[in-house]
Ligand binder design. Structure first.
Ligand code: SAH
Length: 255
């Protein structure tokens, strides 16, 4: 028989310990939200492919903890742990099954979250998770970032944008930077190839109005290998030409 009730003594223990290592203290109520998120993920995954990772421990490490690695950086750069007058508005582009956006939102409920993805099935799943976890100030939008980034309702509207496993950096920055307000940040989750990708994207970052602040090496508890979070600050408005349509960001990245 499977237990429906959350038992903090036995569930999400890797996550709890690992988050603490990352500097994020999760309450029993937050761990309960992660548990329910996990259950929804594996249940939907039987019918629709959301993730190749479904093992209980692996999801905690490779999805939840990896996503949470950005939380201290976000807090530091944007002052989300300080009293703020309005909620920080964050958009997670190409969020898929909700990474890193939902873990960041659970850890820092004061964030106002927009989850963006091109695929309708993923948006349906995300909407159910938002409802099931009773996440307030969270919404979804189905669409391609390079199209939404031309619309006034989205362009330059966000304090921060995140993305993990969406596109090579030189393409990705054309999706992300148009969405961010001036003085806002992009937090980009990358693997060991980040330094090389950065060299190839340096021109694009500048053209789009960004300035690289830091490339932060991160160690994810219980996960082998080197990861990076690249922090780009938006210092100028993005020229009207960008983002370009017709797949040009992908087929002909700015160089
Ligand atoms: N960020 C998640 C999912 C990565 S898979 C994670 O790290 O697990 C990439 C996702 O990005 C897919 O769900 C795909 O639909 C979406 N995507 C790719 N390009 C996009 C674009 N230009 N605009 C919006 N969504 C995009």
């Amino acid at each position: 028989m499977t237990a429906n009730r959350f038992d903090p003594a036995t569930q999400m223990q890797q996550l709890r310990a690992g988050a603490r290592t990352l500097g994020v203290d999760l309450t029993p109520a937050q761990l309960d939200q992660f548990e329910r998120y996990y259950q929804a993920l594996v249940q939907w995954n039987r019918k629709f492919n959301l993730t190749a990772i479904t093992d209980y421990e692996e999801v905690q490490a490779k999805h939840f903890l990896d996503s949470l690695a950005g939380a201290p950086i976000l807090a530091e750069e944007l002052g989300v742990t300080l009293p703020i007058r309005r909620p920080l508005h964050l958009v997670d582009v190409g969020t898929g099954a909700g990474f890193p956006g939902i873990p960041l939102k659970i850890a820092e409920p004061r964030i106002r979250l927009t989850l963006m993805d091109g695929t309708g099935k993923k948006i349906q799943f995300l909407q159910q998770v938002i409802d099931e976890l009773a996440l307030s100030n969270a919404e979804t939008v189905q669409g391609r970032a390079e199209e939404l980034g031309r619309r006034p309702a989205y362009r330059g509207q966000f304090d921060a944008v995140t993305a993990r496993a969406v596109a090579p950096l030189n393409t990705l920055v054309e999706y992300l930077l148009p969405l961010v307000r001036r003085e806002g940040y992009a937090l980009i989750y990358k693997g060991p190839g980040a330094p090389e990708e950065f060299v190839a994207a340096r021109k694009a970052i500048g053209v789009l109005g960004g300035e690289t602040t830091r490339m932060v090496p991160v160690e994810i508890p219980f996960v082998e290998g080197r990861r990076f979070i690249l922090l780009i600050k938006k210092v100028r408005r993005t020229p009207d030409l960008y983002p370009r349509g017709q797949g040009l960001a992908r087929k002909q990245p700015i160089r």
